[in-house]
Design a protein around this ligand. Structure first.
Ligand SMILES: NC(=O)c1ccc[n+]([C@@H]2O[C@H](COP(=O)([O-])OP(=O)(O)OC[C@H]3O[C@@H](n4cnc5c(N)ncnc54)[C@H](OP(=O)(O)O)[C@@H]3O)[C@@H](O)[C@H]2O)c1
Length: 283
């Protein structure tokens, strides 16, 4: 079996790649920057320089692959998933494991992009598994600066809850889906162990760093203005504002037992993630 890992230099894809290497599997990895991939994996993987936004290079990298871990980001997700799936079908790929989103179930914001991507993959007729995680614990690194400089956590999510998930759990479930056909034709809705408000998350970080933190509620307008400064596009900004609003409205707080069903153990708790990332919140 030849495994193609896209997003291999990213948070989840790098962990998927490492887990395959630990099993003695040498994957092919797609990156726009060969240098970045070499810095992470040295010569232990086959590096393919390419771009999922470019159909010709997508075909080159897919040719000869049996199983694909597909990561697309941003508003281009539907088109890029469709292109990859059509090429995969033509090239005889045996299955695609797509990193999707639990928010597909609500059909909003970034989840709506993934919903269209999933549909394109189903329509292409390649056997698939959709790994649908909730919000990543690693998103909380975006708080590091205001925690360090002001002792403040800000958001427009109010008392809404999210069952944040560790990227290692997402990778482990993805690897399970890559290695066998047990999960073909299924969506795997995965979450962390408990659904927490932003105030509760701030308390966990506060306990770990030994410093009190204050939660500050932002209006949608304030959240929009702040995110616009780092966003790639207006569409991406609106998707995030809608996502945070849906969390505030209590629509995205579900907890599932899917990680435990697939991996035979509980999902990793936020306390462990905070301990692993403590230095980011200190100083
Ligand atoms: N963050 C969340 O809370 C959350 C929740 C649910 C679902 N998700 C989904 O998870 C995915 C992001 O995963 P992640 O956080 O692991 O990724 P990430 O750390 O943001 O890394 C993005 C990866 O995508 C690759 N990439 C970007 N543009 C590319 C292109 N044009 N062609 C080829 N590769 C490209 C990058 O590779 P190079 O730079 O090396 O080319 C990099 O490896 C998204 O689909 C997102 O919607 C996220």
């Amino acid at each position: 079996m030849k495994y193609l890992i896209t997003g291999a230099t990213g948070d989840v894809g790098a962990r998927v790649t490492r887990q395959l290497l630990e099993r003695g599997i040498r994957p092919r990895v797609l990156t726009r920057s060969e240098e970045k991939a070499r810095a992470l994996f040295g010569d232990s993987v086959d590096v393919c320089a390419g771009d999922l936004g470019d159909p010709a290079s997508t075909r080159t990298v897919i040719q000869g692959a049996d199983v694909i871990f597909l990561v697309n980001i941003g508003p281009e997700i539907p088109r890029r998933d469709e292109t990859a799936a059509k090429i995969a079908k033509e090239e005889g790929v045996r299955r695609i494991v797509k990193l999707s989103s639990l928010d597909v179930e609500e059909g909003l914001a970034i989840g709506a992009w993934h919903e269209k991507g999933e549909r394109a993959i189903r329509d292409a007729g390649v056997p698939f598994t959709f790994v649908r995680p909730t919000g990543f614990m690693s998103n909380l690194l975006a708080w590091a600066h205001s925690i360090k400089t002001e002792g403040v956590v800000r958001s427009s999510t109010g008392d809404g809850r999210r069952a944040f998930i560790h990227s290692e759990d997402i990778a482990s479930v993805s690897v399970a889906a890559l290695l066998t056909d047990e999960y073909v034709g299924r969506a795997l809705p995965i979450t962390g162990p408990e659904s927490l408000t932003w105030t509760e998350v701030a308390e966990i970080i506060s306990n770990a760093i030994g410093r009190s933190l204050r939660y500050e509620l932002l209006s949608d307008e304030e959240a929009r203005a702040r995110y616009a400064k780092i966003s790639g596009s207006a569409e991406e900004t609106e998707a995030h504002v809608a996502l945070w609003r849906a969390i505030r409205e209590g629509r995205l707080g579900a907890v599932t037992d899917c990680v435990e069903r697939v991996l035979g153990r509980k999902p990793i708790a936020l306390e462990q993630w905070v301990a692993e990332n403590l230095s980011s919140f200190l100083g």
